[in-house]
Ligand binder design. Structure first.
Ligand SMILES: [Cu+2]
Length: 141
């Protein structure tokens, strides 16, 4: 009496387990894959955010009272520097000597000039109308 019932129950259980296991496996695979994707995505997002924040960050320099502020800055390769003229008088951001890296137009009040530094180096610059206005951008890895 017990045996057939057990057999049937076992068989049913076995089938259920197989089906269930199959379902579980595929669904858990999906879940694992999804959560993997999510974690990979979020970690890569974090990484790229960290990388991109290092790469794509912008440093602001205000031109005010005939001076670049701050005049000496250090950025990383890929960073952008934005100079904004707060003076009534026009200023430029112009590389020193034969360097032509920085070559802004004359910036009237409120105007900005941005440059993205793709090379390591030290970039000294000045304001063409006011050569005593100087600054340096140091670009590091
Ligand atoms: Cu100037």
């Amino acid at each position: 009496m017990n045996k057939p019932w057990l057999l049937t129950a076992t068989a049913v259980l076995g089938v259920l387990m197989l089906v269930g296991a199959g379902c579980d496996m595929s669904s858990s695979d999906d879940e694992v894959a999804e959560s993997d994707d999510v974690s990979v995505e979020s970690s890569s997002t974090t990484e790229s955010a960290g990388t991109s924040s290092a790469v794509a960050s912008t440093t602001d320099v205000t031109i005010q009272n005939f001076a670049f502020g701050p005049s000496d800055i250090t950025v990383q390769v890929g960073d952008t520097v934005t100079w904004t003229n707060a003076d009534l008088v026009g200023h430029t951001v112009t590389s020193d000597g034969t360097d032509t890296t920085l070559d802004s137009p004359l910036l009237s009040q409120g105007k900005s000039f941005s440059f993205t530094f793709d090379e390591v180096g030290e970039f000294a610059y000045h304001c063409t109308p006011h050569p005593n206005m100087t600054g340096t951008v140091t670009v590091t890895e």
